[in-house]
Design a protein around this ligand. Structure first.
Ligand code: G6Q
Length: 547
């Protein structure tokens, strides 16, 4: 962040937005639409394969003008340029933030510490493709000569959520005679359930860990090695049944994985921004190198749009600014992500990490406590399931919950009228949330007077609608990059480091202290607080009853 930028709440645009908010905070979307018959086309953008409708937001042209002013005064342009040119914008870790280099074309040059990183990216992609082709075609055999039928990715956080989400999202494009599973939790149940029906002779593990020291992943990887050797006996089997994705060659070799079977990436790829790096090896195995490259092309398309489109027509910039508008002025606490596509069932969970680990920060880049809210809570479920559970609160609860509705005009699985029913529900929800139902409308349906208040929908609930033609690898790439850059935009406005994650450290350190206390037979001297001490004692005494 350039030293010339004022603290956020002192920026003229921020102050103008505060005044503007007072003026429009009570205006109803019904009013906005009545005042402007063109609104439903005016506040829309069609670009990079998306139709983005943001007309059902509590905004006017003036709101957008002021938000764009806020982006300018916050130095968003300079931040974007700094990221794309490989500057070390992750200042607390002194690292460049270059997930955009993972999808750069071969002939592009992005320099970090004096070296062009793009050729290295393509070298790894090419090796991944060769490996994926060998496994998919049955050329790569297991230790006993059997074909590999099962791929299990072992990883956690950024080394898990992207691969799982992408596998689910692109399952339609996956090699159907292979099984793909993902083990992340250190809870042994995850391992047991993922492997109980598999034959080790036909199973390949990908140990995906940037550091190759993560407790959960290494615990699962060691268990996987035992599980494999139980069936296959000899140590040499490890070389045929384990590959690694990591930045830490030394630890990979120590584990016994042949370095020739390691796929690397770099410290300038953050875990939650790594699904299109070698961390996506399971994805490439599932959908094949060609589809993987289409996905990268999708990412690249959105990167170019973010880098070059004027902010007023820039999808991630507008989405990010709208999120700031609700978080900081309407004081909304959460954002609901509502994909109307079953294949996107893990997308809200993926975005949870992307958004909340990135923007859940309470100090600015220069270490000062912020005096405004930062990252909202992301949550959601695929439609229409959510409609039969938590939508009640969105429609009639007391909180304002901005929602992103994501839908596709074509389905990979045309089945009678399923898709029209699905999409009718998407459109209906955004309409109901915006316009609601007045008491007069309820009365006109001959409703008992005592029920009228219960059946009123206030409306004025804001939504974005993101439509694309079809969920393809390319669309998925664009969609993920859309949210990556929207998160970036928000972080730039809030003047925080969206690329570190110090908040995950403390719990890890304390767990390592507690672990030996759980194993000791004699009562250890417990020096925690009285609650933690008692919980540990309680656990230990009941653990003894396990049969
Ligand atoms: C993401 C985080 C975090 C990380 C995991 C796994 O941005 O850094 O979720 O991905 O902690 O780390 P390893 O890949 O090093 O095992």
């Amino acid at each position: 962040m350039s030293a010339t930028i004022l603290p956020l709440t002192q920026l003229p645009a921020w102050q103008a937005l505060e005044a503007h908010y007072q003026k429009i905070k009570n205006v109803h979307l019904r009013q906005f639409f009545a005042d402007d018959p063109q609104r439903g086309t005016r506040f829309t953008i069609e670009d990079v394969g998306f139709y983005f409708d943001y007309s059902k937001n509590r905004i006017t042209e003036e709101t957008i003008r002021l938000l764009l002013g806020l982006a300018d005064e916050s130095g968003l342009r300079e931040r974007i340029d700094a990221m794309f040119s490989g500057k070390k914008i992750n200042t607390t870790e002194n690292r460049a933030v270059l997930h955009v280099a993972l999808r750069a074309p071969r002939d592009q040059s992005i320099i970090v510490d004096g070296a062009n990183v793009v050729p290295r990216v393509h070298e790894v992609l090419d090796r991944m493709a060769t490996f994926a082709d060998r496994v998919r075609s049955g050329q790569w055999l297991g230790h006993t000569g059997k074909r590999i039928r099962n791929i299990i990715n072992i990883g956690i956080g950024g080394s898990d959520l992207g691969p799982v989400m992408t596998y689910e999202a692109l399952r339609h494009y996956s090699q159907r005679d292979m099984t793909f599973r993902f083990i992340s939790n250190v809870d042994g149940t995850d391992f047991v359930e993922a492997t109980h029906d598999l034959n080790a002779e036909e199973t390949l593990f990908i140990v995906a860990s940037k550091t190759f020291t993560t407790l959960e992943t290494m615990t699962n990887a060691r268990t996987a090695r035992q599980w494999t050797l139980q069936t296959l006996g000899e140590e040499q089997a490890v070389a045929r049944h384990f590959v690694a994705v990591s930045t830490n060659g030394e630890e990979v070799a120590k584990f016994g994985i042949d370095i020739a079977n390691m796929f690397g990436f770099w410290d300038w790829v953050g875990g939650r921004y790594s699904m299109d790096s070698a961390i996506g090896l399971s994805t490439m195995l599932a959908i094949g190198p060609e589809n993987f490259r289409s996905m990268l092309a999708g990412f690249r398309g959105m990167d170019e749009h973010f880098r070059t489109a004027p902010f007023a027509r820039n999808l991630p910039v507008l989405m990010g600014l709208l999120s700031v508008w609700y978080s900081n002025f309407f004081e909304s606490q959460t954002v609901a992500i509502l994909p109307y596509d079953q294949y996107l069932k893990r997308f809200p969970a993926y975005l949870q990490q992307l958004a909340m680990e990135s923007n859940g920060k309470h100090v600015t880049l220069d270490g000062k406590r912020v005096d405004y809210q930062t990252g909202p809570i992301f949550w959601g479920e695929p439609g229409t399931n959510g409609q039969h559970s938590f939508y009640q609160l969105i429609h009639q609860g007391t909180r304002l919950i901005p929602c992103d509705f994501i839908g596709f005009c074509q389905t990979a699985n045309p089945l009678g009228s399923h898709h029209d029913i699905l999409m009718a529900n998407l459109f209906a929800q955004t309409e109901a949330l915006a316009f609601g139902k007045t008491a007069d409308e309820v009365r006109s349906e001959a409703t008992l007077e005592k029920l009228v208040a219960h059946r009123v929908f206030e409306g004025n609930r804001p939504t974005n609608t993101i439509l694309a033609e079809q969920l393809t690898p390319e669309t998925l790439g664009r969609l993920v990059a859309l949210y990556e850059h929207s998160v970036f935009t928000q972080g730039a406005i809030w003047q925080i480091d969206s690329f570190d994650q110090w908040g995950v450290e403390l719990g890890k350190v304390l767990a390592m202290k507690i672990l030996p206390e759980l194993n000791q037979v004699e009562e250890p001297e417990l020096l925690h607080d009285s609650s933690t001490n008692t919980l540990i004692r309680h656990y230990k005494s009941f653990k003894l009853h396990q049969t």
